[in-house]
Design a protein around this ligand. Sequence first.
Ligand SMILES: NC(=O)c1ccc[n+]([C@@H]2O[C@H](COP(=O)([O-])OP(=O)(O)OC[C@H]3O[C@@H](n4cnc5c(N)ncnc54)[C@H](OP(=O)(O)O)[C@@H]3O)[C@@H](O)[C@H]2O)c1
Length: 278
Amino acid sequence: MSILVVGASGAVGGAVVAGLLDRGERVRATSRTPQKLALPAEVEVFAADLDDPASFTDALRGVERVFLYADLAEPEALLATFATAGVRHVVVLSSSSVTFPGAAEDFNGSRFLRVEEAVVRSGLAYTFLRPGGFASNAARWSWGVKGESAVPLPYPEAVQAPIHEQDIADVAVVALTTDALVGAAPVLTGPERLTLREQVALIGDVIGRPVAVIEQTEAESSAMLSRFVPEVWVRQIIKDWREAVGATPPISDEYTRITGRPSRTFRGWVVDHADLFR
Ligand SMILES: NC(=O)c1ccc[n+]([C@@H]2O[C@H](COP(=O)([O-])OP(=O)(O)OC[C@H]3O[C@@H](n4cnc5c(N)ncnc54)[C@H](OP(=O)(O)O)[C@@H]3O)[C@@H](O)[C@H]2O)c1
């Protein structure tokens, strides 16, 4: 049987493909634009769109387990297609936001909850990966670091426990290749709490030149982010930063419990992606 990775062009999806190949698994991969994928020849590649369940028909032949993103317009129709094709287990990249109080009313929490609930109702075996904020969110700072050696931020003292995308992929690979995580929903975080200011300083440390933080108002930050990110996300990002000032976000030990290894640090993430900032 093959394992299907939906979104193989993504940071997490691409790392899942690599991890499965390392284990000698038979891997299929999809993308809405498969021509942009550069994968080893043994990976069978298909065009498929989560918004169009019928587009998965060919990709699902002989597939027992699927990794997928939770960006689903109509999860019920997609999951019915999976079940009909013989899929047994889905591993969904969800979010720790589903565990927060008031998640059902929160823009971010509710969109993941809706998908998780549809998966449970589908009767398929499932694993929900629930990461907190990604270390890769710092990639948004690359232009400021490269240009002015400065990162404008409204809430530099916001505290996060950023997670490396490779850690999420490692847990996905365990879920896709064993039965250890059937029915599990591990919350995944990085190993340390860092303010945004400390993250910026670490980037400077790794690339060997200081990077300043320029304090902004919310309005300035909102205007800047709106050039790259849809409005609804701008509000969410700024709200998350505001609420994280002085916070003590929980640190999860699930990565180590599941893989037996220490989770990767933010510094490690910057080292792995230093070219973004040079
Ligand atoms: N950033 C955070 O702090 C954070 C925290 C918790 C959860 N998350 C969640 O993690 C995900 C982002 O992970 P990432 O960094 O790996 O993402 P990424 O690098 O931006 O890749 C996103 C992937 O999703 C696939 N995709 C999106 N819409 C699709 C559709 N309609 N049909 C098929 N594939 C689709 C894309 O595939 P193609 O374009 O190739 O089709 C792409 O491979 C998001 O769902 C986000 O909400 C993020």
